[in-house]
Design a protein around this ligand. Structure first.
Ligand code: ARG
Length: 463
């Protein structure tokens, strides 16, 4: 089968090479972007005099019809179609003959692919933004519902200090807010149109690139043709944002997986997001979250693939770059699906309020005891040591910290008095953390109010 570029060849490509070379099996997904870009390009060519007005109308109509064939699953691929760019051009020529053959005037697939990818990522990012907001809103609701619940926080997976559950969930909200901001920042770099760059050095057609920019809704033109066809930093940029978002989801997934175990029993996943065991009838497994945690690996690998692909690659375009699409698609699919599922998990999550404090040891008040001594005038480092001894004695004698008698406490420090026993109050403990960003109810309310402003699109007055 003749290739679009077959002129200087005397033999045809081996079947083996052809299969190896074709990107159509995966880049056919870019049909919509390719048609959009080609239609805009035909308008620029008409403006440059390559097409007459009526020829361009015909080209645009045919491209629309080709789009319809794709949308309805009726587009017939031919063995000579290497990729989505050649397939659509081939079909255009098939439909309108010689006029169609002019569409590639001054144009190269090197710029087409970079253009299609940017159009694709712009819309994927918009979708990711909407899904992120939906997840943030579910997280905000859960945080508001659990504002009064108190549970241990962990560092090193050891009980650390008491915290409001709502405060914990707002951590997810604000980590996702960072992801949202990254996406927003990235949009500026993504919104640059390569079309007009030709193969390497710029198009020979007298096209108006500003017209292309307007037609395709970009905010800037690539200022250098070599950078435009060579660089895939914009994809790596997206893959990083996706991987970091997945890492955030994966870490919270891990906590919720642990928390849904019998040992923690802090939460229960809804049946709709759990699976059973084929053998053990009692099992209700948090597979939704395990998959999100697992898929984080793919997402990180996709980013790694894209970085490795570019490493040491000579300028400008080499076929290596064809390998950029699968990690890009995979990462988009993984992110969008994970955001949807995580939102489902969060919006149906049941908090098991009664067991949140079940396994909390008095030693979780150790910092509060040290703070108590500090308030009475002891330097913190000394207080830390005193409470350390108290905790050790408790552990050695198998007693809770609140079980120490005043007679036992006095020799440890004469600053201890009857108010010692008031320390062991969960509410008092969390209310003590009343700094901006802390876990007191006032500070949690501030976070929830800020979240509401962010979600309603109002100016966020973060301090
Ligand atoms: N299928 C190719 C890709 O995905 C399109 C660009 C081909 N360019 C070329 N000079 N052979 O990268």
């Amino acid at each position: 089968m003749p290739k679009l570029w077959g002129g200087r060849f005397t033999k045809s490509m081996s079947k083996l090479m052809s299969e190896f070379n074709d990107s159509l099996p995966f880049d056919k997904r870019l049909w919509k972007e390719e048609i959009e870009a080609s239609t805009a390009y035909s308008a620029a060519l008409a403006n440059a005099g390559t097409f007459t007005k009526s020829q361009q109308t015909k080209v645009a109509r045919s491209l629309r019809e080709i789009g319809k064939e794709f949308a309805e699953g009726k587009f017939r691929f031919k063995p000579e179609d290497e990729d989505i760019h050649t397939a659509i051009e081939r079909r255009l020529v098939e439909k309108i003959g010689d006029t169609g053959k002019k569409i590639h005037t001054g144009r190269s697939r090197n710029e087409q692919v970079a253009t299609d990818e940017r159009i694709f990522l712009k819309s994927a990012m918009a979708e990711a933004g909407v899904l992120l907001r939906a997840l943030q809103s579910a997280v905000r609701d859960l945080a508001a519902d659990s504002a009064d619940d108190i549970l241990p926080s962990y560092t090193h997976l050891q009980q650390a200090q008491l915290v409001r559950l709502g405060h914990y969930f707002m951590a997810l909200f604000f980590m996702l807010e960072d992801d949202y901001r990254r996406l927003k920042d990235l949009k500026v770099r993504m919104d640059v149109l390569p079309l007009g760059s030709g193969a390497v050095t710029g198009s020979t057609a007298k096209i108006d690139r500003n017209l292309l920019k307007r037609e395709l809704g970009f905010s800037e033109l690539s200022p250098n043709s070599i950078a435009a066809v060579s660089d895939r930093g914009f994809i790596a940029d997206f893959l990083f944002v996706a991987a970091q978002t997945m890492i955030h989801l994966g870490r919270f997934a891990e906590d919720l997986i642990m928390w849904s175990s019998t040992e923690f029993a802090f939460v229960e996943l809804d049946d709709a997001y759990s699976t059973g065991s084929s053998m053990m009838p009692q099992k209700k497994n948090p597979d939704s979250l395990e998959l999100i945690r697992g898929k984080t690996a793919r997402s990180i690998s996709d980013l790694n693939s894209l970085l490795m692909l570019q490493k040491g690659l000579p300028l400008t375009y080499s076929k290596d770059l064809q390998e950029d699409k699968e990690p890009m698609f995979d990462s988009v699919d993984t992110l969008l699906a994970s955001l949807k599922v995580f939102t489902g998990v969060i919006s149906t999550l049941k908090v098991k309020r009664a067991s949140l404090m079940r396994n909390t040891d008095d030693s979780i008040y150790a910092t509060d005891i040290a703070d108590y001594l500090v308030e009475k005038g002891m330097p913190f480092r000394e207080a830390h040591k005193v409470v350390g001894r108290l905790v050790l004695t408790g552990a050695q004698t198998g007693r809770k910290l609140r079980q120490f008698s005043p007679e036992e406490l006095k020799p440890i420090s004469n600053l201890f008095d009857g108010s010692y026993y008031k320390i062991f109050d969960p509410n008092k403990s969390v209310e003590g953390r009343d700094v901006y960003g802390g876990t007191s109810s006032k500070r949690l309310k501030e976070q929830l109010a800020l979240a509401n402003r962010i979600l309603s699109g109002r100016k966020s007055d973060r301090r």
